[in-house]
Design a protein around this ligand. Structure first.
Ligand SMILES: Cc1cc2nc3c(=O)[nH]c(=O)nc-3n(C[C@H](O)[C@H](O)[C@H](O)COP(=O)(O)OP(=O)(O)OC[C@H]3O[C@@H](n4cnc5c(N)ncnc54)[C@H](O)[C@@H]3O)c2cc1C
Length: 431
């Protein structure tokens, strides 16, 4: 059948592989699908069991979620109104951090969401029938073995090999796609300090009706986040899933041999209580109700030489895994996603992919590395600890950021003028 004039000049989608279906992968797939591209997501796991815990979504990330079309109701998000910090000895003189109202100060809500709820919503946006563009195709149990970044080739552990116009490496801190971009494997190092976090989620009802646990109901469930700290130990509790669950993170100095333990392993409330034994009884009482406790090592990445190469771009933790000190790791994943997609509108030619992803790197790398570095410094350098919670300047710098607008401004400045050539280029590319 002859190609019609309209077909010949219609902008064509890119074929895109997204390697890894975490927050970064699903967000990037959503943003690229909305642009009209053909997106396939390859995830190593089967998602048969997703680990719980929760994630704080600061206003700069909420803005991105709105841009991606998220349905707040589905995520059962809880608004964050600031942290009450308490000393671990049980005294009640809370220090209030991040007290400025989020919507009024930064233009968007600061939310607290169960990680599984956020992940499910991003999965729906990326792969569901609703929304702009064609749904991304999700392949579970499809581990990527390596990526030929220059050629856009993905090698799977199954032995299969596929070729794409663009490959997105969103496979997290232990990324396999990263080696293809850097030219050699980059192992996520042992943290500069051996910190780890016990993490668990329990029903908020566990605190109901107990005067010893009034602090969690009043300050945590009703108020926002409550943190209890003592010399390198730090307990953080906040409500998620419409305030029916309490997410808990207990950060400690990890004396296990860091080279021999896994990143995310099962633990127990006995181990938790032993580490936090010097805490006031009311905090230990809350910890004694912990269930399904896991220990996460806190890790950061060395700065990479590059985030992009040829037809491949790294996003999320694969590019900039960071300490959770500033609560901005997932936020950076979300920002990456819309900036990358914002520079790749429908009609971008395969031959233009490299200049676009280099633009993405130029826009994102400085910010991602700044946040990662600050997160590490504020976790490890004594006189910098807590700086973020008291620095309006830094809060504004991180939370006033409008990633979709940054991408659109950059696109208009650097690439928009080439778009008028697009139809004739497409026609030429097909001859
Ligand atoms: C204790 C803790 C608390 C945190 N709190 C916050 C917070 O409050 N706010 C915030 O913004 N951030 C927070 N973060 C950071 C945030 O959770 C991460 O930055 C974010 O989840 C990273 O998402 P990602 O998609 O890049 O990577 P991941 O979540 O690691 O996802 C990577 C995906 O790739 C898959 N994968 C891996 N290898 C392969 C392969 N070879 N082939 C195919 N698929 C593969 C994995 O199975 C996984 O599904 C916290 C982190 C920690 C550890």
């Amino acid at each position: 059948m002859a190609t019609s004039y309209d077909d010949t000049f219609a902008p064509q989608p890119l074929t895109i592989a997204v390697c890894g279906a975490g927050i970064a992968g699903f967000a990037t797939a959503t943003a690229l699908r909305k642009q009209g591209h053909i997106v396939e997501i390859f995830e190593a796991s089967s998602f048969s069991r997703e680990f719980g815990a929760a994630v704080g979504v600061p206003p700069n990330a909420t803005l991105v979620l709105k841009h991606l079309g998220f349905d707040r109701e589905r995520t059962k998000a809880v608004d964050y109104f600031g942290s009450l910090s308490r000393p671990s000895n049980g005294t009640v003189e809370p220090f209030h951090a991040f007290a400025r109202p989020s919507q009024e100060t930064w233009g968007n809500q600061w939310l607290m969401i169960h990680r599984v709820d956020l992940h499910n919503e991003l999965r729906r946006l990326a792969t569901g029938p609703d929304g702009k563009g064609r749904p991304a195709k999700l392949h579970l149990s499809s581990p990527v073995a390596s990526v030929d970044a220059d050629k856009g080739i993905v090698h799977f552990q199954s032995g299969e090999t596929r070729h794409f116009d663009l490959v997105v490496g969103s496979d997290g801190i232990y990324s396999k796609s990263r080696a293809g971009v850097i030219g050699k494997p980059v192992e996520a190092p042992i943290a500069s300090v051996p910190t780890a976090a016990f993490r668990w989620v329990v029903p908020a009802s566990y605190a109901e009706g107990d005067p010893d646990l009034e602090w969690i109901m009043k300050d945590g469930v009703q108020g926002g986040r409550v943190t209890v700290s003592k010399e390198g130990h730090f307990l953080l509790c906040y409500p998620v899933r419409n305030k029916t669950l309490i997410n808990n993170i207990a950060i400690f100095w990890d004396t296990r041999d860091q080279t021999k333990v896994g990143r995310n392993v099962a633990s127990s409330k006995e181990e938790l209580l032993e580490v936090f034994k010097s805490y006031d009884p009311k905090y230990k009482k809350w910890m004694s109700k912990a269930e399904d406790v896991r220990i996460w090592q806190l890790r950061t990445m060395p700065l990479l030489e590059t985030w992009t190469r040829g037809k491949t771009a790294l996003v999320g933790d694969a590019a900039h895994a960071m300490f959770p000190t500033l609560g901005q790791g997932a936020a950076m994943c979300l920002e990456d996603s819309v900036v990358l997609a914002g520079l790749l509108p429908l009609g971008t030619l395969p031959s233009q992919v490299n200049e676009r992803i280099r633009g993405y790197e130029q826009l994102r790398r400085k910010r991602g590395e700044f946040v990662a570095r600050q997160a590490e410094l504020q976790a490890t350098v004594p006189n910098m600890m807590g700086a973020y919670s008291s620095s309006f300047e830094m809060q504004d710098m991180l939370m006033h950021y409008n990633a979709p607008k940054e991408a659109s401004d950059y696109y208009n400045k650097h690439f928009a003028h080439t778009e008028q050539l697009q139809p004739s280029l497409w026609a030429k590319a097909r001859l």
